[in-house]
Design a protein around this ligand. Structure first.
Ligand code: FAD
Length: 448
């Protein structure tokens, strides 16, 4: 017996790899996914704790994330999706200020009346500006200074940029704040401007697991603890993957890995393509996760404008997720985005814990520390893509210069942000480009 369907290896079992495998299987391809980790999910994966699953990193789905919600419905887990009104605040000069309603905005003490007006103008300007190419050609600092003015810039935007880029935002285009403002405004409902967010019971992994089951039903095979050692290229064509020292042949290989990781797996690809992958920039993240017995604060996110504090926000996800789904615990993350040259990336966990707790105590002097059950340092190296101004032409292509080697990852998603919504939408672009190529692969009959 022989089957004509093309055999494809998908490298990486994060949200992109799993969604892609499912979509390609729907087109009749014979797909195998290789994931280095013990579980699927990648950055959106989970950590088992006390018999429940908790997101390794805080993850929310916005009420405007339609691609995610469609996938959730298709995977049959819509009944596990909950919408909640969330709150946010600002920590400024030793004080916590709510920042949710128009009244909070009008009262926001760190800014005077005129500055508040200019901040409002910035938010409105982002909603009215639809030409992202125009945003791409102006420095973010210049755009913010022009609309918000120096006072608002120093008080609000500068700390947020520092939080996001871990250094100067000199070469960063305006698209970054513009995309964020537009995305966040999409979560607000009605005149009260309540911010609506969604969560899945037991985290993002609930979707990934359901999607993987659907994919398996369509014939997809998942290999866990299967780190690809090389994507085998012969005569300019991807012919398979090497895993566990063995070469597995495929008609095509699709990588969902971060660009520099892919670059290290393709020694036989053209040198200029490997150089292009190596120069793609990402920030990493150092993200301690606190498991608490008692609630810390009423906010989902508390933005920090004080640059003496090493972490840049406090995110209490159990103000979104009902604590009953995580055994009544309260979960807090204290993230710090890390530039590649920041020495903090090499700090041992104990040093991170000592430094972080010192500032945590300063911020929450009344919180009883005996409520901290665990302090777990989570880290990741390739998290937030950075696309400096004038480098749009350096975005790697889906169809690589190696025949039958395709790629997709967050560095290629621009000017949108690299979140689950954008990733799952990008999968459709991958599928659109790959499927029409299949006839040219001249797939031989495979024994089954
Ligand atoms: C702190 C934080 C907060 C976030 N918050 C949100 C949020 O609120 N909402 C949202 O939508 N998104 C959020 N995101 C972003 C979201 O996690 C990412 O957009 C998404 O997970 C990216 O998925 P991916 O599949 O492209 O990449 P990844 O998840 O990085 O997947 C790549 C996979 O490849 C595997 N791999 C690497 N090397 C190999 C190899 N040699 N062989 C085989 N496998 C390999 C990795 O183990 C990994 O599983 C957040 C991310 C972080 C870090």
């Amino acid at each position: 017996m022989a089957a004509q369907s093309a055999r494809v290896a998908v490298v990486g079992g994060g949200i992109m790899g799993v969604t892609l495998a499912y979509k390609l299987a729907q087109h009749g391809l014979d797909v195998t996914v290789y994931e280095r980790g013990e579980n699927l999910g990648g950055l959106a994966g989970y950590m088992p704790y006390d018999g429940v699953r908790m997101d390794r990193f805080y993850h929310t789905i916005l009420s405007s994330d339609m691609s995610m919600q469609t996938l959730i419905e298709e995977s049959g887990v819509k009944d596990k999706l909950h919408f909640t009104a969330t709150k946010q605040g600002f920590y400024d000069n030793g004080q916590i200020h709510p920042f949710n309603t128009p009244v909070d905005f009008l009262r926001f003490p760190p800014l005077n009346l005129f500055q508040r007006f200019r901040l409002g103008l910035q938010v409105i300007a982002a909603q009215f500006e639809s030409d992202w190419e125009k945003m791409d050609t102006q420095p973010v600092e210049k755009w913010l200074l022009r609309v918000s003015g120096r006072g608002v810039y120093n008080k609000v935007w500068k700390p947020l940029l520092r939080a996001k880029f871990d250094s100067t935002a000199e070469n960063v285009p305006a698209t970054y704040i513009w995309s964020r403002l537009r995305r966040m405004m999409g979560t607000r409902e009605g005149v009260t401007s309540t911010e609506m967010m969604c969560y899945l019971e037991n985290g993002y992994y609930t979707l990934i697991e359901a999607l993987a089951k659907k994919a398996e039903a369509l014939g997809v095979t998942f290999h866990l603890r299967a780190a690809i050692e090389e994507i085998v290229i012969e005569d300019g064509r991807a012919v398979g993957v090497r895993v566990g020292g063995q070469t597995q042949p495929y008609d095509a290989v699709i990588s969902t890995l971060a660009s520099p990781i892919l670059g290290g797996l393709i020694p036989n690809a053209p040198a200029d393509f490997r150089a292009l992958l190596a120069k793609q920039q990402y920030l990493g993240v150092l993200c301690p996760m606190l498991i608490l017995k008692e609630r810390l604060m009423p906010y989902y996110v508390l933005n920090i404008t004080d640059d003496s504090i090493p972490f840049t926000a406090v995110v209490e996800t159990t103000n979104l997720i009902d604590p009953q789904h995580v055994k009544g615990y309260h979960i807090v993350y204290l993230p710090k985005y890390i530039a590649p040259d920041n020495d903090m990336a090499n700090w041992p966990d104990e040093q991170v814990k000592a430094e972080w707790l010192k500032h945590f105590r300063r911020m929450f002097p009344d919180y009883d520390e005996r409520s901290i059950v665990e302090f777990i340092v989570q880290r990741a190296r390739y998290v937030e893509p950075i696309r400096p101004m004038g480098t749009r032409h350096e975005i790697p292509p889906i169809k690589t210069p190696v025949s039958r080697l395709y790629m997709g990852n967050t560095v290629m998603i621009y000017p949108e942000l690299g979140n689950g919504e954008a990733v799952t939408r990008y999968v459709s672009r991958l599928v659109e480009q790959i499927i029409p190529e299949i006839p040219a692969w001249n797939v031989a009959a495979h024994p089954v």
